[in-house]
Write a protein that binds this ligand. Structure first.
Ligand SMILES: Cc1cc2nc3c(=O)[nH]c(=O)nc-3n(C[C@H](O)[C@H](O)[C@H](O)COP(=O)(O)OP(=O)(O)OC[C@H]3O[C@@H](n4cnc5c(N)ncnc54)[C@H](O)[C@@H]3O)c2cc1C
Length: 476
């Protein structure tokens, strides 16, 4: 059999379900990655994310070469042209079977349907669930329905996984091929995706991802529950860009947890609070993908809770610009936005703080923030990003109640009490003491003495207004 593996968000050779299936079946194997810049632009892909993909393709090509698989690179503008690209490739290399791992986003699923239609009966298409430990449809309520609340979802997820071997990665492949054609060079950059972020923080390749995973498990996982909320501490794994592009699989993560806990069983994870808390985050990742699969309207700018579509959000360009640039006059919010702008990544606690600040203090449409995040995040991922934004804006499933609004100053005092994180990203505030730094002008600092904006809104007034607006709409 002559096979073609189509890499998409699974940029690794280890523990890759479709690639392993191709290995088992094919006498000759090719691989392809299709670059689709216009669709990526339409999807608001951040230049950092695109550059990260390109950097990873270089490593992937090398890994494939070692296995005797040439990685071919093709480029077309839009997803809609992928069927033609693949059909031409299949003819050129006399392919009879196409392999790929499923993606669950609306446009990606539509693209795959078009591919199936185009290749039709000439080429066999084999697709696989690979992105999640428990794919959509495998975690259902007692009534056999998709679940919409995280805690019961997690309970069923844990039960199902512990009853199966789903959490175990595939055994490594032993096989390799004779290379029959030369791999294509990977473009070093792409027009219209000019990355200005230093990607040294995000070394490419599955080896780098594995190294980061091992380091996190070794140094931090047992303290994860205590440290994960403090942005000045490196208490989280920073693996999100690798998980988003499939450079690392969730099963590899769970395997690493089990190995860290002295090769105990999956069930034992629950006995270690740090490891159990981290596993819970991986389950949130799965939960939001299930939600996206069963509610594709969230990929089309619709809120999960339909009645929140009528909320009279504001669209004030100035406030939005200040939020984007980290000039709101609320130090923690500003430091967080500058972290995003400078590194392409933001700590989870801060994502919640700035998302809630945009939607429930500035009362701007959460979709403006969701889009800005996608345009800047190196780990931009539709399901997790949309889930996080709708949670914060109280428009999503299992979202925070509308009247629970994070106070950016209290959050700052609690999670950056020493002001270290603020000092790193707002150097103009670095000389202030630990009390002043969270809210300078209310703590006796004269506006003339600082080159830092005054708060652009009155938090208490906006809080009252926003709660009233939600109440008026009859939202619970
Ligand atoms: C408004 C908002 C937007 C977000 N946008 C994204 C996004 O575009 N891409 C993204 O990967 N995550 C997103 N998240 C979730 C979370 O903030 C990041 O996954 C996390 O900060 C990544 O850092 P880490 O790898 O150190 O996470 P860790 O704490 O080490 O967690 C391990 C992994 O679990 C997953 N994960 C953790 N928290 C969540 C969560 N709440 N929802 C879904 N998956 C989670 C990620 O894959 C992460 O790498 C968003 C959260 C919010 C509140």
């Amino acid at each position: 059999m002559r096979g073609l593996h189509w890499f998409r968000a699974d940029l690794r050779v280890l523990d890759n379900t479709a690639l392993y299936a191709a290995f088992k079946k094919c006498d000759v194997l090719f691989a392809v990655y299709i670059i689709t810049p216009k669709t990526w632009q339409r999807h608001d892909a951040a230049p950092a994310k695109v550059q990260f993909i390109l950097n990873n393709l270089v490593c992937l090509s090398e890994q494939c070469r070692k296995l005797g698989i040439p990685l071919l690179i093709r480029q077309c503008d839009y997803f809609s042209e992928c069927p033609k690209v693949l059909s031409t490739l299949c003819k050129e290399f006399n392919i009879d079977t196409l392999f790929y791992n499923k993606q669950y986003e609306y446009d990606e699923m539509r693209r795959d349907q078009m591919v199936l239609k185009k290749l039709g009966d000439k080429i066999t298409v084999e697709d696989f669930d690979d992105q999640l430990i428990m794919p959509p449809g495998t975690v259902l309520s007692q009534q056999n329905c998709p679940m919409q609340i995280f805690t019961p979802f997690k309970k069923v997820w844990l039960k199902k996984v512990s009853e199966t071997e789903a959490w175990k990665p595939h055994a490594p492949i032993k096989r390799s091929y004779q290379m029959t054609t030369t791999p294509d060079p990977v473009p070093s950059s792409l027009e219209n995706f000019n990355c200005t972020i230093n990607l040294e923080l995000w070394p490419a390749g599955e080896k780098a991802a594995q190294k980061r995973l091992q380091k996190f498990c070794h140094d931090s996982i047992e303290k994860y529950h205590e440290q994960r909320d403090f942005p000045s501490i490196e208490g989280t794994s920073q693996l999100s860009p690798y998980l988003a592009q499939g450079i690392l699989s969730p099963t590899q993560c769970v395997q690493a947890i089990v190995e860290t806990l002295n090769h105990s069983s999956f069930d034992k994870i629950q006995e270690n609070i740090g490891a159990a808390t981290w596993l819970s985050e991986l389950i949130w990742r799965e939960f939001y993908r299930h939600i996206m699969f069963f509610h594709p309207e969230i990929c089309r700018y619709k809120p999960f809770k339909k009645n929140t579509d009528n909320i009279p959000w504001r669209y004030d360009e100035n406030d939005f610009k200040n939020w984007c640039e980290g000039k709101t006059g609320f130090p923690l919010v500003d430091a967080a936005m500058r972290q995003l702008n400078q590194t392409g990544w933001m700590h989870n606690r801060l994502r919640m703080v700035v998302a809630m600040f945009l939607s429930k203090t500035l009362f701007l449409d959460w979709r403006m923030g969701e889009k800005y995040f996608m345009q800047h995040l190196i780990d931009g991922d539709l399901a997790a990003n949309n889930g996080g934004w709708q949670w914060s804006a109280s428009t999503g499933t299992d979202a925070v109640p509308y009247f629970r609004i994070f106070n950016p100053i209290t959050q700052s005092e609690r999670f950056d009490s020493s002001g270290d994180f603020i000092r790193q990203y707002c150097p103009e505030l670095a000389h202030l003491n630990n009390k002043q730094i969270h809210n300078p002008y209310d703590r006796g600092v004269s506006p003339n003495s600082l080159n830092y904006p005054k708060p652009i809104v009155n938090y208490d007034q906006m809080r009252k207004k926003v709660i009233a607006e939600f109440k008026n709409m009859g939202i619970r």
